[in-house]
Write a protein that binds this ligand. Structure first.
Ligand code: GDP
Ligand code: IMO
Ligand code: MG
Length: 426
């Protein structure tokens, strides 16, 4: 295992990052979240137990590993405490192993309210967010009015900052939505309580990680969301509010780009997305139902039905380039087991021209035609395969074609939720 590896979702999220992180964690000492918040839902299945991690790195399920929430993450302290307590109930102790950046921005109830308000009242441009207050919290961060974890511990300073924020948000919400307003004192008291609980977990995580690298320790950076939800590169405005691409690991954890040795992309064997936004290879209703059911494609955070479609090699090839992906892990191959034929999108056609990239003009992805090649399915169960060579020939051909189209190596193939349903490639 390289010393510092970044793992990213190569599509629109929910690629199976949680499962792959769990597989890779045994070889590292640190697992680090660097962006996003509790909009993420990373599922790990161990035996009969299923864990869904929203804020805490999935590596926490391996005893002895140090898990870090970097300053690029936005933290809802109540959600974080609930997650810690839930893990404790299942016998997983976070004390001493979970480190939270003192510079991570904090989500407040007014962020959730603004998120909800925008989603429910906007006539146009509904994004289909998770309503976790992510966008408004990042907006406050870049507007320089946000409040960071370390500030919660200085009560006088915190109260001043909170008061001016609540005043501003109350005025805005009253104006737009006749909202009666948030009582500042209630929020202050609650957040001081959360701060007391979280204080012992909080530290300068940037220093911690840089010291770890100097000692030769190994680190795995756990990306949340996916490349096409990245605020800069994704299908804007139908994106999240952080840099979910590999570069986010540098800015969100405080590691210089020269320290990153490897980037792994997690790629689903087909495509899914939750929420609004363009999706060129989206299935029609019949296939949608079939794959959604077989793949259990329901959001790990909100329970919403995920939209499903064919594998889009244009998206993933672009993802390989902009993340600098060295290797991919392909997940959920088993979900395609019953298909007679399987399509792969190899290009987009727009105004008579072929495209292998995603131009920024609005409507491109909605309006473009998708060019497909068709492959024969394998129509066999792959979920019991124990080695790559056990896979049916057509499944191997499908994987080889994906590899060729996206121009990168495959490190592993996943054929089920559990740890043992993971095949090293070749
Ligand atoms: P993440 O957000 O990228 O971590 O992905 P999610 O956890 O939101 O969604 C992936 C879902 O697929 C979870 O329910 C996983 O348990 C499941 N999963 C992961 N890998 C496989 C696989 O190879 N086959 C099947 N059938 N399910 C998988
Ligand atoms: P993981 O880490 C899939 C989507 C939402 C919405 C858009 C903006 O589990 O892959 P936000 O609440 O972030 O402002 O919503 O981004 N979204 C995700 N989709 N997986 C995720 O995380 C997501 N996190 C956010 O559905 O379309
Ligand atoms: Mg998820």
């Amino acid at each position: 295992m390289a010393q510092a590896t970044v793992l990213v979702g190569a599509q629109w999220g929910d690629e199976g990052k949680g499962k792959v992180i769990d597989i890779l964690t045994k070889d590292v000492q640190y697992v680090v979240r660097y962006q996003g918040g509790n909009n993420a839902g990373h599922t790990v299945v161990i035996g009969d137990d299923k864990y869904v991690l929203h804020l805490i790195p999935s590596g926490i399920l391996h005893s002895g590993k140090i898990c870090v929430i970097g300053h690029g993450v936005v933290i809802d302290p109540k959600a974080l405490i609930d997650e810690i307590l839930l893990l404790e109930e299942k016998g997983i102790d976070c004390r001493g192993r979970l480190k939270i950046s003192d510079k991570a921005h904090v989500i407040f109830p007014y962020h959730n309210k603004i998120d909800e308000f925008r989603e429910s009242k906007r006539k146009q441009g509904k994004i289909g967010t998770t309503k976790r207050g992510i966008g408004p919290c990042y907006a406050d961060k870049v507007s320089r009015v946000g409040i960071r974890m370390g500030e919660l511990f200085d009560e006088r300073y915190f109260k001043d900052r909170l008061e001016s924020n609540v005043e501003e948000k109350n005025a805005l919400l009253k104006d737009l939505d006749s909202f009666e307003g948030f009582p500042v004192e209630d929020i202050f008291k609650k957040y001081c309580e959360y701060a007391r609980y979280l204080k012992s977990f909080t530290c300068d995580t940037t220093m911690l990680l840089n010291e770890a690298l100097k000692k030769g320790d190994t680190i795995l950076f756990e990306g949340a969301q996916g490349t096409f939800l990245d605020v800069d590169y994704g299908t804007y405005p139908y994106v999240t509010s952080s840099n979910s691409t590999a570069g986010g690991a540098c800015t969100g954890a405080g590691i210089g780009p020269s320290k990153i040795d490897k980037v792994i992309g997690v790629v689903k064997a087909y495509t899914t997305r939750v929420g609004e936004g363009p999706f060129p290879t989206e299935f029609g209703p019949e296939l949608m139902e079939k794959i959604r059911e077989k793949g259990g494609e329901f959001g790990a955070t909100t329970g919403r039905a995920r939209r499903c479609g064919w594998f889009d090699s244009v998206l993933v090839k672009n993802s390989v380039d902009i993340n600098g992906i060295d290797e991919v892990a392909i997940t959920k191959l088993d979900v395609l087991d019953e298909m007679e034929t399987i399509k792969i999108c190899t290009a987009y056609k727009y105004n008579g021209e072929l495209y292998y990239n995603i131009p920024g003009n609005p409507g491109f992805l909605d309006e473009c035609e998708t060019i497909y090649e068709e492959h024969s399915g394998w129509e066999e169960d792959t979920s019991n395969a124990t080695a790559y060579r056990d896979l049916p020939e057509n499944a191997r051909k499908y994987l080889d074609r994906i590899k060729e189209l996206i121009g990168t190596d495959i490190i592993l193939v996943s054929v089920g939720k559990s740890r043992k349903q993971t095949l090293p490639y070749k």
